[in-house]
Design a binder for this molecule. Structure first.
Ligand code: SF4
Length: 384
């Protein structure tokens, strides 16, 4: 994995060319110097964050799951709001799904929120309410992958394990000038091995946080090498290729999807539908609609979907627009229109049996968990 070009430059100790950094100290041969430099930099530059006060496993866990969904500033807001309502594992285990989804609303991937609830209940039942310290037991909790297990084990409990996320991949692929795609072998294994080798005994909490912080603040997409504690060791910087590392797999193209939703009001209420659990946005409430077929207009699709799903024969009203959002590799356009209910002497039309359809008051709508584009639609169309 070691770059031939980097090796040559380093071993010759050649003078630096204009625009190219001085030859680095070899990061593999001087590996023991790296963590002390990194941790000293972290001590001077770390951000004060609410989950870096007590380092309780519950707080570290919640913060790590939130940080997988959003940027730091937003995560701090969500985290504070969450902790006011659900300050510990017991509170989360006892919370209703609607409350948890409402607190999670806007972060996306709602299965993560449901997994948090399931994991809290597992901790109450299988671990007597005490967060497990063993990385394997943490990993066995619902929704906890290898990265989250390592982050909680090392940051909350000090276990000597490596945390490899996109930040750490970026930093290490530059430090060692990894020239093949970082998510594939042999690069992935090389990065995993070095991520662990660099963790000093007894320093896992600071070291792992420092690695993530370096990736977030300094070794960013556009690296700020002048601020980096590892600039004297970094092969990619020396070779002037830092902005081309990490090497990624071919980018997947975005797929465009057309969807539609309608605002149907009757008797001071608006029609909403609860999505089935298990799929995308499972268990969240949304306005009626669905996918537009290639051979129909969004308006025709909306009337068809409403009629097929509820039996209600509505008409198009005035007002509408579109909301564009992205989810994984999909670029989704949500077309929306106001709808007029058939005349029923002021009463709301009857709904299909079951609990998945509801005529909601504006107050109820504000409390129900909704996917972000439908919350935006409630704001645009209903002023909520
Ligand atoms: Fe290398 Fe620059 Fe990243 Fe530091 S910030 S690891 S010097 S690319």
């Amino acid at each position: 994995m070691r770059s031939a070009r980097a090796t040559t430059a380093a071993t010759r100790g050649q003078r630096s060319l204009p625009g190219i950094a001085a030859a680095p100290r070899d990061p593999e041969r001087h590996a023991e110097e790296l963590s002390p430099l990194l941790c000293a930099w972290f001590a001077a530059n770390r951000r004060d964050l609410p989950w870096r006060v007590r380092y309780s496993p519950y707080e570290v866990w919640i913060s790590e799951i939130m940080l997988q969904q959003t940027q730091m500033e937003r995560a701090v807001d969500y985290f504070r709001r969450w902790m006011l309502r659900l300050p510990d594992v017991a509170a989360l285990a006892a919370a209703s799904e609607d409350e948890v989804l409402r607190l999670w609303e806007g972060l996306g991937y709602y299965s993560r929120a449901r997994n948090l609830m399931a994991a809290a209940r597992r901790i109450m039942e299988a671990h007597h309410g005490v967060f497990p310290a063993d990385p394997e037991q943490i990993r066995a909790l619902p929704g906890v992958g290898p990265y989250t297990a390592a982050a909680v084990a090392s940051i909350a409990f000090g276990a000597r394990v490596a945390c490899v996320d996109a930040n750490v991949e970026r930093v290490l692929s530059r430090l060692f000038n990894v020239e093949t795609p970082v998510r594939r072998e042999p690069a992935a294994g090389f990065i995993r091995r070095w991520a662990l080798r660099l963790v000093p005994e007894g320093q896992a909490r600071d070291h792992n946080q420092a690695m993530m912080e370096l990736g977030a603040l300094v070794c960013r997409k556009a690296p700020r090498c002048g601020l980096c504690p590892w600039s004297g060791f970094c092969r990619a910087r020396h070779l002037g290729v830092a902005d081309r590392r990490p090497v990624k797999d071919d980018a997947r193209g975005m797929t465009a999807l057309q969807t539609v939703a309608g605002l149907l009001e009757a008797a001071g209420r608006v029609l909403v539908h609860r999505r089935p659990t298990g799929g995308v946005w499972g268990g969240l409430w949304e306005f009626p609609g669905g996918d537009v077929r290639p051979d129909e207009t969004p308006q025709d699709a909306l009337l068809r979907l409403l009629r097929d799903k509820t039996g209600i024969a509505a008409r198009l009203g005035e007002g509408g627009g579109s909301i564009v959002h992205t989810r994984t590799r999909y670029r989704i356009t949500l077309h929306w229109r106001r709808l007029i209910a058939p005349e029923k002497r002021g009463a709301a039309p009857p709904l299909p049996p079951g609990h998945s359809w509801r005529w909601a008051t504006p107050e109820e709508l504000a409390r129900l968990p909704m996917p972000a584009p439908h919350r935006r639609l409630a704001s645009l169309g209903l002023g909520l």
